[in-house]
Design a protein. Structure first.
Length: 500
């Protein structure tokens, strides 16, 4: 990188092409194009920028107008970035079956995420987006039929590929399809400028829409008029919705696809895992599926062939999906053995080890004792929460209190107000003396010590906490909360069951 950019949008594109060294069959050159190097981690950053800039140019998007679009996630994340940078509000519709990471990323970027029932598939989220656009006069991005997507890929993605392989021909280009923007834009350019390159399209083996031969009907605006009868739920998020997008149909009619390769979900996961473990390349399930198709081609291709597979996004977008289901959050047996190979800093360490020896109890000052007594006896703030600002256990209790509508005084012992003269440390000594507990958080209600995070959750689950607050004239909202242990950090397992 040789210059400073004026906007994050200038960093879209120019993603690297990397040669595969360990997983490639002997006798061929196998490459991947890492679209995760786009600023928001996926190939759809290109499409999002292309659609918004084209709409600005033709006047169909006006300053301050809300943008709305249906997405499986990556397009929505890309649009959220573009809209944030350009100042447009964004609303996305997304089927509830797509990964939670995607929802959170879009909301983190300022977008509103409207979930649609999984039973309605991709068609349902598209219909909802159109309904919202018609109702409110919003700009509908129409990624599945908008020509700005393929145009962006012809100008950027395809051109980058041609420049990378200008020393020798590229024999095979392999891609999956979702919207169809990448497939149409790159295939069109390669067929014109590198006609010897064979275009390989991959799709789920249990939901092979293109291979079915069924003719997809469309409405006058290019949107799908019916759900495809061959569609089945599949593992590759972002691939193959329950219809053949108009942009993909254009590729079929132009006869640009030289071969269709079906990919099993299990093969997609295996390839994504192998790319991470043997090549150091992190991609999602759709990238693993594309690579599986490329490996299939590589095993059959003539010796000396050059093959390029598109890897559309990053694996971090799939942490809550089956791709990471077998990845442990706690130490396995081998890791425990490694931990036990040295004596210190172990969960099973003896109390006699230097790291585990208890320090002598600290004696608080009279001023700290007095301050503690004043804090927990104030009737105006009956709920007093002694906390650390960024402690996960403290945030777990904060989330419970917020959900239950419980007002409280937060005494952040490590906060700026308590740093001078170690006021927070002195108060913590007084707190430990009074409660017998050295851990944080500690909660008091009406001057009575409830305990730490787990004791507070137990009190909520049993109803005791609600009774204490009711006695003080404070109401607690319990609807929809369920087990309070659900607010604990995800790395804590197992969670305690509710006692009520």
């Amino acid at each position: 990188m040789t210059k400073a950019f004026d906007s994050i949008l200038e960093t879209v594109g120019n993603t690297p092409i990397v040669r595969i060294t360990k997983l490639a069959p002997e006798g061929v050159e196998l490459f991947v194009k890492l679209e995760a190097f786009n600023p928001m981690g996926s190939v759809k950053d290109r499409l999002a920028l292309g659609i918004i800039e084209a709409a600005e140019a033709d006047g169909s998007l006006t300053p301050g107008q809300t943008v709305v679009e249906a997405t499986s996630g990556n397009t929505g994340i890309g649009l959220a970035m573009v809209c944030a940078a350009k100042g447009y509000p964004l609303v996305v519709t997304m089927a509830e079956s797509f990964s939670i990471e995607r929802r959170k990323l879009m909301r983190f970027l300022g977008a509103k995420v409207i979930l649609t029932p999984a039973s309605e598939k991709g068609s349902g989220m598209i219909a909802k987006a159109r309904e919202l656009a018609d109702k409110h006069g919003w700009f509908l991005a129409r990624q599945f039929e908008n020509e700005a997507g393929p145009d962006m890929h012809s100008r950027t993605t395809a051109q980058e590929i041609l420049e990378c392989f200008d020393d020798a021909p590229l024999d095979y280009w392999v891609s999956g399809f979702g919207t169809g923007g990448t497939l149409k834009g790159v295939a069109r350019k390669l067929k014109a400028d590198s006609p010897s390159t064979r275009i390989i399209a991959a799709e789920p083996d249990n939901s092979a829409l293109l291979a079915s031969g069924w003719c997809q009907p469309y409405n006058a605006d290019g949107s799908p008029a019916a759900s495809h009868p061959a569609f089945r739920p599949h593992l590759m998020q972002g691939w193959s919705p329950d219809f053949v997008p108009k942009l993909v149909d254009d590729v079929l009619r132009a006869d640009w696809i030289d071969e269709l390769v079906p990919v099993a979900g299990a093969d997609a996961m295996t390839c994504a895992q192998d790319l991470a473990r043997y090549e150091g390349i992190l991609c999602g399930t759709s990238g693993g599926a594309t690579f599986a198709a490329a490996l299939d081609i590589a095993r059959r291709a003539p010796r000396g062939s050059r093959i390029l597979a598109m890897l559309p996004d990053t694996g971090e977008r799939y942490l809550s999906t089956p791709l990471f289901a077998e990845i442990e959050e706690v130490m396995n047996a081998e890791e425990l053995d490694i931990a036990a190979s040295t004596p210190r800093f172990r969960f099973d360490a003896s109390a006699s080890t230097p790291a585990a020896q208890a320090a002598p109890p600290a004696v608080p000052t009279e001023a700290a004792r007095a301050e503690l007594a004043t804090l927990i006896s104030n009737p105006e703030t009956p709920v007093v929460f002694f906390a650390l600002e960024w402690c996960e256990f403290c945030w777990s209790v904060r989330k419970l209190f917020a959900a239950a509508g419980i007002e409280y005084l937060s005494v952040d012992l490590d906060g700026a107000a308590y740093r001078q003269d170690d006021r927070g440390g002195a108060l913590r000594k007084a707190l430990a003396e009074k409660t017998g507990a050295v851990t944080i958080p500690q909660i008091f209600i009406g001057g009575r010590h409830v305990g730490g995070a787990t004791e507070t959750f137990d009190a909520f689950n049993s109803g005791a906490l609600q009774e204490m607050l009711a006695g003080l004239g404070r109401q607690v909202h319990t609807e929809g909360i369920g087990n309070a242990y659900g607010f604990l950090p995800a790395w804590l397992h197992p969670r305690k069951p509710a006692s009520a």
